[in-house]
Structures are given as structure tokens and as C-alpha cells.
Write a protein that binds this ligand. Structure first.
Ligand SMILES: [Zn+2]
Length: 1046
């Protein structure tokens, strides 16, 4: 045995590093020898056609082109340009011939001469392989350049608003031939170098890799780079890289799954995402077609639907790969949605329409919810998943927590109703790893559930248009999967991973309730109009589906309801509704909501004429409780009405025994009705808020309520996303200046208050007390022109509790009002839906809100977040006029008896007077009826109990019956709920995605379903089969939507 020099680890390691460096010594190292330019380069031509979309490919291909060279400039931002690349016959037949393509970070899409999309290119992937069918022939490619980078075009910073003057340069377009022997040695050395650098210093593996790589370099150098020397080097490398072997000795198994997380709209508009999807997925499909062994998981059903619509040939190729088991559609939700803000019905529809597409196109149902990048997870998600037949959950976002490290990677997630799902957060803490050694090692060492499970997921691939996995990653995977001493790494699918964990794991811990994300807490408030539009649209859907469910003559009828839902669902994507996208995304979303309103009105007219052909004035109440409300009959006429539950029909008047009034006092102004009395100071400050039946003052002694406060709002980096805990230290109060009575009863009493916000804007407030209404409401008109300021309104209350309650999807969540632990203190800003509540066992105060989602409760102070003024990625976010409505509701009794859920719905979505189109507009308005008992409730559907709440009443997807979805909102068991329908034939419990297999018959008697029992926070979906005449289900079928230009 010959002796050798003692090798210094760092020097040896750096020797290897320099030998494969793409920066240093490239004139003499291995990197510089792998790829060699061809003797003749390609020729480049630019299309002179005007419309440069892919859908115009044939016209572009046959149209005019002009010769160009490297250095060509492309602009403006978001525009498309086609380049024809002609590879000369002299080089086209060379083996391993590639085109190197670099347009200063712009994304490109390569097509063959028939328009088949081959792959995408970007700064993450700069080469495409050239294939020549016959000797002596030129090869022509067409490349569409999109003027955007992977992460848009932020001016002086990634998340800044896009630079409209951004241009892109064709830096490089040259042909090269790859020497495969050298490339293989290069990849071997790369992996060995990483092992030597990253593996535990105390292991043989670390030094085996180090010395093996060193020996490989020696043999190449000593043999003067001969062909044989590379073959020898490969043989030496086998010492560690036993290619084709398998490291079965490891106790840990890593499931490697390729993916590319593509944000459906973010720092670019959604139109660009359509192209990103085509670029990325075509790349993956081409790799499969080239025989590369790996599995890929694609998510977000809307992206599949785009591919089908805009790139049908590519979609067919994708389907073929799905059939072969290479490409796995996962997720089953229409988009990877936010889960703080959408309501429960929206979340159900994410699955209903998402899974419908998967079923129709791929014959499959995904039982995995795939939300790797969403900003926190509602405690109601496990139940929503379960009722939608989804039992596994994947995320990793909580690894971004700023304060506390989440204690699990594999665990049982238990929802507020106790539904359980199996959850996994890949311990590599990323969904876009490069599959480097450090990613592989971290996946095992960082796993917090060692011993409970030996399986963990590793997601690899460049996201957001970067093309997903690269050939280098697959070559790396090939090498890593056969190294003794490394964790066993297998090519897997999400389904296989979860099934393995389900079978083999033991003692998994449970996490009960929400997965609160300790970051991005500004997203409950940023872009107020998106949030407002989302909430209003969700209420529209409750109305319109309820109405459609009455149209029994047309159960099969063509409906735009699915199209309307899809617009709502799309805009619930995790960078749209949270407000963290560029201005163009906001503009597009607002256009969607405008269009939605148009569709809503069209549906309304159609259904109304069929359901209520003779009724002139009517009201609709899709909810299962009677509602008393002041209703505007005309500009100058208001009446108090009382409307039964699940009702459509004429207006019915209610007597007005109690009046509201406004009184000027010596030192203030008083508004009151029979339940509530509020007193404002002569400047407009809220001095007192008394619950009259108990005589209890709701405000903290000596404090004013309804205080407008502004905070400095400068986060660490993620501007639109984050509000930091230190913002509370910059609190400044803005006092009202003037107050005047504007209405003094008997139905409504109100005052107008002005609150100067100085340089940040103007605020005018109307405070109102309405007869028979147990709360005081506030309507603020705010003209907002601030920068990095945060506007809130706060109420110091006379009640105290360690926890406050917040409405979430069809339920509530309790969160601390203190900062005892780091977990408590991290919740300084939280999300909630239509109300928050701070209460003692027998008395509490609710804060109702229209369109706001950010709250906080510190000690006895309940605060509603109103407006932010972030400048990135949208420099104009929220700079606008806003109408903000909220109310304070004192309640004598426990929360569960408060009916706050019903009050919050009534407040958000008041009854409106509807007028039939068939009415002669000059004819006198029909008089409201005086005796409600004489009214015919046209709906024929009733729910016996007000302890449960209607979530949706809709036509069944099979168009053979109705679906009624009810939930228990307070966390208590409810007995004896019945549902009536005049035409009831049979009733079933069914899952929320309405899959037949889940149907079970429900007890019924005559036309009554029940008695039904609800567990705390349970959501039940009830399918009502009706006795309908045969001709009732023979509606017209829908025409297929036309293909649009991208
Ligand atoms: Zn994302």
C-alpha cells in the first residue's frame, strides 16, 4: 500500500469546488470543457406580426420575419414576441446539440415548427435540446419571448411595483454540443462535493466523498483529459456513487416529488400565469417523453383548465402522462386559496368544482389538500376537507413563523369540530428545493417527528415559471438515491407518501384548531375593496342559489352559477384576496366582480320571472330565521318589516311598538331605542354605551369608545403582507371634531361625526340606532391617502376575559387577550369574519363588521383593523374612498344564546326590496301586506330550528333534487332539527362534493326530514329528492363555452 500526503479538508474541498466552478478557472477546469460551441451558429428572425399570442401561431409562422442578432431588445413589459431560430443543416445532426438562450431573465416558450410546445426557458433553465429528424436538414424552432421575469419586473426590488419601462435583451443565442462523458463526471463531482461539504464531519461518508472526488480529478489531470481518463474517473466515483444500487440500509425514506408552485397571479397578471403554466408543464412533459425517471405533482385545477382551453394539444400530452402515472394532479381545489378570508361555502366550492374537473378530465378524485404557500390555515379546514372527501393535508408555510417553531412535520390535524386529517409539512421547509445534498439531509435531520414516522416528503423544482424539475435535478436524484450512508430516497407520489405514513407511522401527535401563521398578518386588511367584494359576492351566491333552488320547473336549466363561483374562487387565490399582488391583479379582480354582478342580475331576472311572475314587490330571505328590519320602500318611505325564514314573497309589515330617538343633552347627544342607549360628547366622542335591559355600561369606566387610531406600519420586508408587533408602540389617536343629529326617529336615529385624520385623509361617520335592533351601527366614509400607516377603531370594554371569540368559517375560534406565552403574544393581530366577541359568562360585547377581517383583542380592548397603506407590490393599494361599516352589540347572556351569527348576517346582508321586471313602472307600487299569516311562502322549504344556520340551499349537482347545507355555529350539540319540503320524496346525508357513494338515507316522516342532531360546529349536507313532474327536469342544456384568445 503506497502512502500519500495528509489532505487538508478545506483545501481539498475547495480544489473540487474550483474544478466544477462556473465562475473561477473556467478556462482550465471541467466546467469549461463540458459544453463546446458549434462551428456554425443558428440564424434568428423576429416576427413582424402584430398579435403575438400562441393562439395565432399559424398566422405568425406564415407571416413576415426580420433577421436579428444577439443584442435584440424586447419591450414593453408583459408583451409577447416570436423569434424563429433556424439551425443550419451543417450542425443540426450533431448528437447532444443544444441551444443556449438567454434574454436577460425574460421567460421564453419553445415550440417546434408545428406549434407543439416543447419547453419553457428562463434564468433557471437556459438550454433546449435540438432534435433533427433527417441528415442534411435545417431545424426550425419558434420561441415566444414574454417580457417578464420569473418574479415579474419589480423596480429596484423583487416585490416593488413593476417597472413599466423594463426592457429585455437577447444576451445569448448560440448552439453548443455537450460532451456526455464529461457531463457525467461533472455531475458525479458535484454530488460528491456537496456530500463532502454537507455530510456530518464524523462520518466516513463525508471523507469517502472528499477523497473520491479528489482522486477523480487527479486521474483526469494525470491522463491529460483523455477520453479514457473520464471513464476511469466515473469508475473511481462508483466507490461512493453505486449507481443503480439503493441505500436500503437507512431507516429513513425520503419521497422525492417534483413540482413547480405557480402563483395563479402575483407579481404578474393572471394572463401571464396561463403562459407560465404552458412553459413549465411542457418542460416537465418533455422530460417525461425523454424517459427521465421522476414523478411530478401539479396543483390548482384552474391551471389545468387553462391548459385545456388555451393549449389543447399540450393538455392531451399532459393527460397521457397522467395516464402513465408520471404526472399526478393533486389538491382538488380550484386554486390554492387563502383560508383566512373565504367563507365555508367558498371553501366547499373550491373542492366541488375542482374535483369535478379532475373527475371529468382524469377520472380521479384527489384526497390531498395541497396548500404549500397559503398564509395560515382555518381551524374549520379539517372538517371541510373531510366533508369533501379529502383526508390528507400538505403545507410547509408555518416554517416561516417568525416567533415560534411549529413542533411537528407529520401530525394529526384536528378541526374545531374534531374532524381529523393527516398533515405533513416537508421537513426541508421548502417546496422548491434543487434536490441538493443539504436539502436531502435537512429533510431527515430537521424532522420533528422522528421515531413516529420514518417517511418524509421532499419537493423539488423551480416554481413560478422556472420550469419545475431540471434534468440536472433528475441526474442528481439518480446519484443520490444509491449512496450508502445517505437516507433512502425514492421517486414517489403524494398519494403513495401519505398512504405509507398512514400505515407505518405510530404515536403521531394531534394539533387541535387553527394553524395560525405567525407572519403576513397584514393580509387580513390590505386591499380593502377586494375583501369587501369577496364578502358581498359570497352573499350574492347565497341569494342566487336559493332563488335557483325555487325554480323547480327548470332543475336542469342552464345556469351561470358555476361560472360565477369560479370567478369568486379564482380571486381567493393566496396572493389575490390577501392583497399581496401587483395593481394589475387588483384591477383584473375588480373587473371580475363587476362582471359577476352583471351575471348575478341576469340570473336574477331569469329566475325571478319564472318563480314569481305575478309578484311586483318582494323580499328574499335565504336564511332560516325571521328577520325584522327597516326596509326602504322608496327614496322617502321606510317601513319596519318582519320576514319569515327561507322566504320569498311580498313584504310584510311589522308593528312598531318601540321607537328609536335622538336627544340633545346638556353635555352631549343621546341615541337610543328599547335595548341600547349611546351617548356622544359634544365633540362626537363615544362616552357611554348602555345595554338598557340590564342597565350595564359596556365601555370601560373613564374611557371613550369608537376611538380612531393610526399606527406606523413599516414591516421588515413583505410590505403588503406583514404588520409587525412593534407597530402597536406607535399608536396615535385622532379625535372627532363635530357632531350633529341627522335623524331622530321613530325608525332610525343617527348623528353625523367628523374625524379629521390630518394628512392621512378625511373621515365622516354616521352612528345609528334603529328601532328593534340591538346594536349601534357606524358607517364611516374615509378618504384615505396615507403611506405606511394603519387605521383602526378600538373599543375599551367593561368586560374582561382571557379569551376573545372570532367568527371563522361556519364556526368560531377563541384566541388569547393576553401575552402570557410567545404563542399568545404572536397573535397580536388575528383574522375573523363578520364578528368578534369579548364576553363574561353572562354578558359580552360583540363587534360586527361588514367587509373587514383583521381584529385584535388586548386585555379588555377590542379593535377592528380598517385600512393599511402599503406600497409594495402595489404602490397605490387602498388609496381611495372607502365606506366602512361596523356595529357594537351588547349581549346579556352567554355567547351561544346571543344570536350574534344571525345579527352579523342581517347586518352584512340586509333585506332588499326587489321589483319584478314585468311590473309596469308607472303603476302604483303594491302595498305591503299587513297580515303575515296570510302570506304564501313560495319556497316550500323550512328549517325547524334557529340553533343551526343555513350555509347554502342549492340545486343538487345531479339536478334531481335540492341540497341544503346547515351548520352549528357556537360549538354546542343541537338536537331535534327538522327540515321540511312540500314535495319531499326522500332525504339523504351526502358529502359536500355530492358524490353518490357517500349517500346515506335520513329518517323522515311525511314531508319532514329529521330529527337531526348536530355535533359542535358540525356542517351537514342534506340531499332532498323531490316529487317532481317528469317534465320538470327537462331544461335546456348549456352550450359549451367558446375558446377565447389568451
Ligand atoms: Zn404562492
Amino acid at each position: 500500500m503506497s502512502s500519500t500526503v495528509l489532505k487538508h479538508k478545506r483545501a481539498t474541498l475547495e480544489r473540487i469546488e474550483k474544478y466544477i466552478s462556473n465562475t473561477y478557472f473556467t478556462d482550465v477546469n471541467l466546467f469549461g470543457r463540458v459544453d463546446l460551441k458549434t462551428s456554425e451558429n443558428c440564424k434568428l428572425f423576429r416576427s413582424i406580426e402584430e398579435r403575438q399570442s400562441y393562439q395565432n401561431f399559424e398566422r405568425i409562422k406564415n407571416g413576415g420575419f426580420a433577421l436579428i442578432t444577439e443584442g435584440e431588445i424586447f419591450k414593453p413589459l408583459w408583451s409577447q414576441h416570436w423569434i424563429k431560430v433556424v439551425v443550419p443543416a451543417s450542425v443540426s445532426v450533431l448528437e447532444n446539440l443544444y441551444l443556449h438562450w438567454d434574454v436577460s431573465g425574460a421567460e421564453s416558450m419553445v415550440c417546434d415548427e408545428n406549434g407543439n410546445v416543447i419547453q419553457g426557458m428562463s434564468h433557471k433553465r437556459k438550454e433546449v435540446k435540438i432534435h433533427c429528424n433527417a441528415v442534411g436538414q435545417e431545424v426550425t424552432l419558434f420561441i415566444q419571448v414574454s417580457c417578464t421575469g420569473l418574479f415579474g419586473a419589480g423596480l429596484n426590488g423583487m416585490i416593488n411595483p413593476p417597472n413599466p419601462n423594463q426592457t429585455y435583451n437577447l444576451n445569448k443565442a448560440h448552439l453548443f454540443v455537450r460532451d456526455l462523458a464529461k457531463y457525467n463526471v461533472f455531475m458525479d463531482l458535484t454530488v460528491l462535493y456537496e456530500i463532502a461539504k454537507e455530510a456530518d464531519d464524523n462520518t466516513s461518508l463525508c471523507y469517502d466523498a472528499l477523497y473520491t472526488a479528489n482522486d477523480m480529478i487527479n486521474v483526469i489531470t494525470l491522463n491529460n483529459h483523455s477520453t479514457e481518463s473520464y471513464e476511469q474517473a466515473i469508475t473511481i466515483g462508483q466507490n461512493v456513487l453505486q449507481r443503480g444500487g439503493n441505500s436500503k440500509s437507512s431507516r429513513d425514506t425520503i419521497h422525492a416529488i417534483g413540482n413547480c408552485h405557480i402563483d395563479s397571479a402575483w407579481l404578474w397578471p393572471y394572463r401571464e400565469t396561463i403562459r407560465k403554466v404552458a412553459r413549465s408543464w411542457s418542460t416537465t412533459i418533455s422530460m417525461f417523453e425523454a424517459g427521465m425517471p421522476f414523478n411530478f405533482a401539479g396543483s390548482q385545477v384552474v391551471q389545468f383548465s387553462w391548459l385545456k382551453q388555451y393549449y389543447p394539444t399540450l393538455f392531451a400530452a399532459l393527460k397521457a402522462q397522467v395516464g402513465k402515472g408520471n404526472f399526478t394532479p393533486v389538491g382538488g381545489s380550484w386554486v390554492e386559496m387563502d383560508t383566512n378570508i373565504p367563507n365555508a361555502e367558498s371553501m366547499v366550492r373550491q373542492f366541488l368544482y375542482g374535483q369535478k374537473f379532475y373527475r371529468e378530465e382524469f377520472g380521479m378524485h384527489s384526497n390531498i389538500l395541497w396548500l404549500p404557500d397559503t398564509f395560515g390555515y382555518s381551524g374549520q379546514l379539517p372538517q371541510i376537507m373531510q366533508i369533501c372527501d379529502v383526508k390528507y393535508f400538505l403545507s410547509q408555510k408555518l416554517s416561516w413563523n417568525l416567533t415560534n417553531t411549529f413542533p411537528h412535520h407529520t401530525f394529526i390535524w384536528k378541526g374545531i369540530d374534531q374532524s381529523k386529517v393527516l398533515a405533513h409539512f416537508p421537513p426541508g421547509d421548502t417546496y422548491e428545493s434543487d434536490l441538493k445534498i443539504k436539502d436531502v439531509l435537512k429533510t431527515v435531520t430537521n424532522n420533528k417527528d422522528k421515531g413516529r414516522t420514518h417517511d418524509q416528503m421532499l419537493l423539488f423544482g423551480h416554481g413560478d415559471g422556472g420550469g419545475g424539475p431540471t434534468p440536472e435535478m433528475i441526474d442528481r436524484l439518480d446519484r443520490i438515491s444509491s449512496i450508502n450512508g445517505m437516507p433512502q430516497i425514492v421517486r414517489s407520489t403524494p398519494q403513495r407518501f401519505f398512504e405509507t405514513v398512514e400505515k407505518s407511522s405510530k404515536m403521531l401527535c394531534e394539533w387541535w384548531g387553527e394553524l395560525y401563521f405567525e407572519l403576513h398578518r397584514g393580509t387580513y386588511t390590505t386591499h380593502a375593496k377586494l375583501k369587501e367584494s369577496n364578502r358581498v359576492a359570497e352573499f350574492w351566491m347565497t341569494d342566487i342559489e336559493f332563488l335557483a333552488s325555487l325554480d323547480l320547473n327548470n332543475l336542469l336549466g342552464c345556469s351561470k352559477i358555476e361560472e360565477m363561483w369560479k370567478a369568486i374562487l379564482f380571486n381567493q387565490f393566496h396572493d389575490i384576496l390577501p392583497g399581496s399582488a401587483i395593481e394589475q391583479v387588483f384591477i383584473d379582480a375588480m373587473e371580475d366582480y363587476t362582471n359577476l354582478l352583471k351575471l348575478y342580475n341576469e340570473e336574477w331576472e331569469q329566475i325571478r320571472d319564472s318563480v314569481l311572475p305575478d309578484t311586483k314587490n318582494f323580499v328574499v330571505n335565504p336564511y332560516n330565521w325571521s328577520r325584522k328590519q327597516v326596509l326602504s320602500m322608496s327614496e322617502d318611505e321606510e317601513v319596519l318589516v318582519e320576514i319569515p325564514g327561507t322566504y320569498i314573497g311580498p313584504v310584510c309589515l311589522a308593528p312598531t311598538p318601540n321607537k328609536a330617538g335622538a336627544f340633545v343633552l346638556e353635555d352631549g347627544i343621546c341615541l337610543c331605542n328599547n335595548v341600547i342607549k349611546v351617548i356622544f360628547s359634544l365633540e362626537g366622542r363615544l362616552k357611554s354605551l348602555i345595554h338598557k335591559p340590564t342597565g350595564r355600561e359596556c365601555l370601560e369606566a373613564g374611557s371613550f369608545g369608537n376611538r380612531f387610531v393610526i399606527f406606523d406600519d413599516i414591516p421588515l420586508f413583505w410590505d403588503a403582507w406583514d404588520v409587525m408587533e412593534y407597530h402597536v408602540e406607535t399608536r396615535q389617536e385622532y379625535h372627532p371634531k363635530t357632531i350633529q343629529v341627522v335623524e331622530s326617529g321613530p325608525l332610525r336615529a343617527s348623528v353625523k361625526i367628523t374625524v379629521p385624520l390630518v394628512e392621512h385623509g378625511d373621515l365622516t361617520l354616521i352612528a345609528t340606532v334603529v328601532t328593534e335592533t340591538p346594536y349601534v351601527s357606524f358607517k364611516a366614509d374615509v378618504s384615505w391617502r396615507a403611506a405606511h400607516k394603519f387605521l383602526k377603531v378600538e373599543f375599551p370594554l367593561s368586560v374582561s376575559s382571557t379569551d376573545a371569540q372570532y367568527e371563522i368559517q361556519s364556526g368560531l375560534v377563541s384566541r388569547p387577550t393576553h401575552a402570557n406565552t410567545s404563542w399568545d403574544s404572536a397573535k397580536f393581530e388575528v383574522s375573523g369574519h363578520k364578528w368578534a366577541y369579548l364576553g363574561e359568562p353572562d354578558f359580552g360585547v360583540g363587534l360586527l363588521s361588514k367587509s373587514k377581517y383583521g381584529y385584535s383583542a388586548q386585555h379588555n380592548r377590542l379593535t377592528l383593523s380598517l385600512l393599511r397603506s402599503t406600497k409594495a407590490p402595489d404602490g397605490n393599494a387602498d388609496m381611495d374612498d372607502h365606506v366602512i361599516e361596523y356595529a357594537i352589540y351588547p349581549n346579556a347572556g352567554p355567547l351561544y344564546a346571543s344570536k350574534i351569527v344571525q345579527h352579523a348576517i342581517n347586518f352584512n346582508h340586509p333585506l332588499l326590496l326587489h321589483t319584478s321586471l314585468r311590473q309596469d313602472r308607472t303603476a302604483p307600487r303594491s302595498k305591503p301586506a299587513l297580515n303575515p299569516s296570510r302570506l304564501i311562502n313560495k319556497t316550500s322549504l323550512r328549517v325547524s330550528s334557529e340553533d343551526v344556520v343555513v350555509q347554502a340551499i342549492k340545486k343538487a349537482e345531479d339536478r334531481k333534487g335540492l341540497v341544503v347545507r346547515l351548520y352549528e355555529p357556537y360549538g354546542k350539540t343541537v338536537f331535534n332539527v327538522s327540515v321540511f319540503h312540500d314535495l319531499l320524496k326522500q332525504a339523504f346525508s351526502i358529502n359536500a362534493v355530492e358524490r353518490d357513494s357517500s349517500k346515506t338515507e335520513l329518517p323522515m316522516k311525511g314531508n319532514v326530514v329529521g330529527p337531526l342532531q348536530f355535533k359542535p360546529f358540525e356542517i351537514k349536507t342534506i340531499y332532498l329528492e323531490l316529487n317532481l313532474a317528469d317534465d320538470m327536469t327537462n331544461g335546456s342544456s348549456c352550450k359549451k363555452a367558446k375558446l377565447n384568445d389568451e
